[in-house]
Design a protein around this ligand. Structure first.
Ligand code: GDP
Ligand code: MG
Length: 296
């Protein structure tokens, strides 16, 4: 298969196979407490359809470790079933000393590589479970200033191991000009610190429509996201997912209001295959280093 293979564009044969073999994508959300990670996950899933939630290190009031929560749901995109796994990481950045906040997250990602590696070494590989993290959505506080040290440290430590997708959290707290300035500022900070984020590929052999779609998505990074588990009434009477303010309603699903839809579309449609392919490249690089260090 060459070119742009958005989930919705998969040929029928592959669609059938995807249903049978269980196509899946694993997304991790990371960022300081209170930035709206859990809300965004619920928005992505539409909370009612949670199918499983497994809490690994149940967190106390003020967690001493970063807890890792796995949630998965089967969604359907244009008749294709996809298992979306989300790994939530409450506790990141909550400690008195946050200089190594990135460490438990890196460990989790490498443990998942390890689990995959040990399956590859089995004789019968028929039922491999792909535990690898395909994307890490990193929440940036909507300060309008530069990236914080914790953001820089995290992304520098992780960019060789996972596809980083930075997002501006709670974008409804900033106006359009502030968001646009903040996006520029973040991109220049990332480049100054040599941080590699996931680059949404743009395929020039695509039809015009998907080319426009890909370009729009790539241009919107870092996505300015708004999450909400509630529906509200827009001024024109429509019932929408959003957040209501005295000055108006911010609609989660309205591309003129925020980039939530683009983030979702990137993950489960437009760039799903590219994310998975790049995860495999990162994995193979890690595996080479790992096997060398073990003297294999
Ligand atoms: P987490 O600690 O990162 O998981 O954050 P939560 O999802 O628990 O959200 C923390 C608080 O921020 C809650 O009161 C949410 O209602 C609120 N919140 C979540 N998303 C948004 C958003 O996009 N905009 C605004 N203004 N508030 C939000
Ligand atoms: Mg949370």
């Amino acid at each position: 298969i060459t070119g742009h293979v958005g989930f919705s564009n998969l040929p029928n044969q592959i669609r059938r196979k995807s249903v049978k073999d269980g196509f899946q994508l694993t997304v991790m959300v990371v960022g300081e407490s209170g930035l709206g990670k859990s809300t965004l996950v619920n928005t992505l899933f539409n909370s009612a359809i949670y199918t499983a939630r497994e809490v690994l290190h149940p967190a106390a009031e003020r967690p001493k470790t970063v807890a890792i929560e796995n949630i998965h749901v089967d969604i359907e995109e244009n008749g294709v079933r996809l298992r979306l796994n989300v790994v939530d990481t409450p506790g990141f950045g909550d400690f008195v000393n946050n200089t190594q906040s990135w460490k438990p997250i890196l460990e989790t990602i490498e443990q998942r590589f390890d689990a995959y590696l040990s399956q590859e070494h089995r004789v019968r590989r028929a039922k491999m479970v792909d535990t690898r993290v395909d994307a890490c959505v990193y929440f940036i506080q909507p300060t309008g200033h530069s990236l914080k040290q914790i953001d820089i440290d995290f992304m520098r430590q992780l960019h060789d191991r996972v596809n980083l997708i930075p997002v501006i959290a709670k974008a409804d707290t900033m106006n359009d000009d502030e968001i646009s300035d903040f996006k520029d500022r973040i991109l220049s900070d990332l480049s100054f610190h040599n941080i590699r984020i996931f680059e949404a590929p743009i395929y020039d052999d695509d039809d015009e429509e998907s080319l426009m779609e890909c370009t729009e998505i790539a241009r919107a990074i870092p996505f300015a996201v708004v999450g909400s588990e509630r529906v509200v009434r827009a001024p024109d009477g429509r019932i929408v997912r959003g957040r209501a303010y005295p000055w108006g309603v911010v609609e989660v699903d309205n591309p003129a209001h925020c980039d939530f839809g683009k983030l979702r579309q990137m993950l489960v449609q437009t760039n799903m295959e590219a994310l998975r392919a790049h995860t495999n490249e990162l994995y193979e690089r890690w595996r080479t280093e790992r096997l060398l260090s073990m003297g294999v």
